[in-house]
Write a protein that binds this ligand. Structure first.
Ligand code: ATP
Length: 221
């Protein structure tokens, strides 16, 4: 069946919260692979100061040695805003009509889904799996909640019986890590060991740290 997970983000920088989420869902859902898709020009937030190619390098380093987790650079190769709709449409063309595609979203992203480009049509292309994150508000907008009603899959097995169109909430053990927190620690001159893969930390240059932290307030705690 070869179901494919798609996991987008700015990854500024990638951290162990991202990696755990992908591994947990790959195993639980029985996905053949999870594709990490760094966003070049995210439509709904300021593009990170760190160049896309650099964020892509970090994702590549972080996923080395994890055969089920794959880097996908298509949003960086594409021009214009990095719409998830376009990414899913391209993966759908490549994988064929029958392959289950599963878009993985933290619930901070999920709650904003109704503001995304062609958001209803995402369900024509893929299933969606919403993952709880610590500290994030759980309530989806009424418009989104109404659309989701009736589309919930009964189980992971049921989800993957069709190629697209349903959703599931996944209760993955939460890791209280965010890229924002990492940037705040860096700004305060503190350690990010244990939050970010060592292979990524080792490559961080002074310029990387400047780009990651230029807009951030230092961690206060
Ligand atoms: P930032 O703090 O800059 O917003 P982030 O840590 O949320 O960054 P992104 O690259 O924006 O990271 O996130 C990509 C995806 O990963 C989103 O769907 C987000 O909800 C999810 N995600 C990030 N961190 C975690 C975590 N610790 N647990 C579960 N999901 C996460």
């Amino acid at each position: 069946m070869n179901a494919v997970g798609i996991f987008g983000g700015t990854f500024a920088p990638i951290h162990h919260g991202h990696i755990r989420l992908a591994l947990e869902l790959r195993e639980r859902l029985g996905l053949q692979q999870v594709r990490f898709v760094p966003s070049a020009r995210p439509p709904h937030r300021a593009a990170p100061e760190v160049p896309p190619q650099r964020r892509l390098d970090w994702v590549r380093l972080a996923l080395a040695g994890e055969p089920g987790l794959v880097v996908d650079d298509r949003e960086i190769r594409r021009n214009g805003p990095s719409y998830t709709y376009d990414t899913l449409a391209a993966v759908r063309r490549e994988s064929g009509a029958g392959t289950p595609l599963v878009l993985l979203l933290g619930d901070d992203a999920a709650n904003q889904l109704h503001t995304w480009h062609r958001w209803r049509e995402l369900f024509d292309l893929a299933h969606l799996v919403f993952v709880e994150r610590p500290y994030e508000p759980p309530a989806p907008a009424p418009e989104l909640a109404a659309f989701l009603r009736g589309r919930r899959a009964a189980s992971a097995q049921a989800l993957l019986r069709s190629p697209a169109g349903a959703w599931l909430a996944a209760n993955v053990p939460p890791l209280a890590i965010s890229s924002t927190r990492i940037r705040q620690l860096l700004k305060a001159g503190r350690s990010i060991r244990g939050l970010v893969p060592d292979a990524v930390i080792q490559t961080l240059t002074t310029e990387d740290v400047r780009a990651l932290t230029h807009d951030e307030d230092p961690a206060q705690d």
